[in-house]
Design a protein around this ligand. Sequence first.
Ligand SMILES: NC(=O)c1ccc[n+]([C@@H]2O[C@H](COP(=O)([O-])OP(=O)(O)OC[C@H]3O[C@@H](n4cnc5c(N)ncnc54)[C@H](O)[C@@H]3O)[C@@H](O)[C@H]2O)c1
Length: 248
Amino acid sequence: MIFDLTGKVALVTGAGQGVGAGIARRLADQGAAIAVNDLVADRASATVDELVERGARALAIQFDVGDYESVVAGVKEIEAQLGHIDVLVNNAGVPENMGVAKFSETTPADWASFVDVNLYGVLNCCNVVIKGMCERGFGRVITISSAAGTAGAPIGVAVYGASKGGGLAFMRNLALEVARQGVTANCIALGLMNNVPKEFLPALAESIPVGRAGDPDEIGACCVYLASDEAGWMTGQTLQLNGGSVTT
Ligand SMILES: NC(=O)c1ccc[n+]([C@@H]2O[C@H](COP(=O)([O-])OP(=O)(O)OC[C@H]3O[C@@H](n4cnc5c(N)ncnc54)[C@H](O)[C@@H]3O)[C@@H](O)[C@H]2O)c1
């Protein structure tokens, strides 16, 4: 079977709901064992229940990706329970109660939560798993980014976009650093997804060329490819997955 992930272990951060849950579902359906991370333990457990029902091996693991020591402890637990991590999906990226605001109306106190999750979170998780991946000669790192980080969006997300752009630039450099060791590093820059508040969805979706928002399972399908053995020549790239709203 092409894109078979049997025997692989994937850590998906922020997978207790939304896009991360869709990624976890698709990777699990291809045979991977999944460590479902979330800041909120109950969300992680709910996703694990769903994966187990589908026949997967899965572990709920609560930690804050922005806190290095918690990531170290979380990865240790995953390795003890599931085995070494072959695939890391840095999906956590929306601070709890994220709002939108014009940059001129923000202050430094508003910026940290974005940088913590989207830059430090990516650095922390990559740092903890990358050495092992290189030593074993196989690894797949995928970071979920946003059109706010690649193209910009006039909707009050400048700081969020800056944090996404930082993670993206890091991934390009990481990809080059580990390219000879069987480890790839890629980003997927998402457009509008269908888990935004329902009242905004029809109006926002209208502006997307395909006429609808994206579904988490569609992002999961892209991750299946990037996580696979077959994707060994794909590295250092940012795939735009957005229904045509940004073209390249
Ligand atoms: N939804 C969209 O329209 C959209 C568009 C572009 C990009 N994205 C990106 O897709 C990814 C997922 O977004 P979503 O819409 O599913 O978000 P969401 O808010 O629905 O879910 C994110 C999950 O991450 C968890 N989380 C938040 N901070 C965390 C932390 N520090 N450590 C661990 N877990 C944490 C939350 O508890 C939550 O369960 C994010 O990286 C986001 O930036 C989403």
